[in-house]
Write a protein that binds this ligand. Sequence first.
Ligand code: GLU
Length: 478
Amino acid sequence: TRFAPSPTGYMHVGNLRTALFAYLVAKSNNGRFLLRIEDTDQERQVEGAVEIIYKTLKETGLQWDEGPDIGGPVGPYIQSQRMGMFKKYAEQLVESGHAYYCFCDKERLDEVRKVQEASGMAPRYDGHCRNLSKEEVAEKLAAGIPYVIRQKVPTEGTVTFHDEVYGDVTVECSTLDDQILIKGDGMPTYNFANVVDDHTMGITHVIRGNEYLSSAPKYNLLYEAFGWEVPTYVHCSPVMRDQHNKMSKRHGDPSYEDLIAQGYLSEAVVNYVALLGWAPGGEREIYSLPELVEAFDIKGISKSPAIFDIDKLKYFNSAYIRAMTPEQFAAVAAPYIRQTVKNPTIDPAQIAPLLQQRCEVLTDIPEKVDFFDALPEYDIALYTNKKSKTDPAVSLEMLKTVRPLLAELPAWDDETLLAAMKDLAERLEVKNAKVMWPVRIAVSGRAVTPGGAVEICRILGRDETLRRIDAGIAKLEG
Ligand code: GLU
């Protein structure tokens, strides 16, 4: 299989899904996965776009077996470097009667189009040069008249091709245009290059978006005209933003890179994207890339468009975050912790364990932990908590009582801190929460924190903890 992106500077979710399916079809059949850059449409060229493709495929683990950067037996793998290869194939079709030289100039074609438009017909070539004799052609060529080469589509009958997802698709030949194969400058059109490339590169399974479904009949006629084996077609329905609209950059839908920047893990994105329009059967949803290779079957691809659901992706992401080892998580979380916790005496590795069960996306992290750096402004109303049976007055009492105990603790670890607060609660004959809640508010200024009073005090260290408790006391004393 091949992934044949046009470098448009943006790897949208649908593109990634196409690449993933192409990879999975290849790998689940012990096949090879090629990367071909289709850069012949010069107007759509975007600086740095090829790098985005490489980067995305690498980060997602979709390693290609052959491609522009690593070469391979059927290169070059950049379409613009293959330009010299196509004309002889078109001439071969002229020879066999499946294509013809067309010498119509722009004026004539414009005229034809105008007439067609005026009579409400779909614009198409009118076949003017279809039946020029060999001599006429030779004469015009010799006279140096500019020409294109067009596909000679049968005027009647139907063409049927099989798609693994859409089944048999049949169209009337009369609806197909005699499309240009070789342009006036001798270069192939995109459609022609695509077919010749797929064949000459030995592609057996073509996986692509269903926007190419309508071109497939013409492609099929070309394969037949050449006498080449038609590849297995797998056209995939689009990935939608809602019932009616495809995902699009214009509507602000995220690309792969955007999702990563929004704090999603590559593995979670790949897992979720695999399930956009493909179902393994059964309840299981969590699959690593190698497990997807194991489970993949073209039969599981659906015709109905898949809707991209960011909440579902979040669910996958939290599952992946929870499944990481603490060390892995600490490593990915560290830069996000550092965004708000700049104090060099606080090690992000201490904070990370408090977060692993509590974040859906990595970008949740900075605002959850910013209080470690500096105590935020907070309202004393936070000291009121029904469950803990606290209010500002109770809290003031608790803080005043716990403060000297903490100042004297022989050690500063979770065990010692917890024992001290529990002992105090026991002595006062109150619930632990009645001690812990005020402490947590005083040291964090937040009603919701990753970790509780004990962990936060431990990470802040004794001096900072006491300083914050003093500030709390002062605040409560008004
Ligand atoms: N270059 C085309 C695109 O990026 C893909 C065509 C194909 O896969 O056949 O949309």
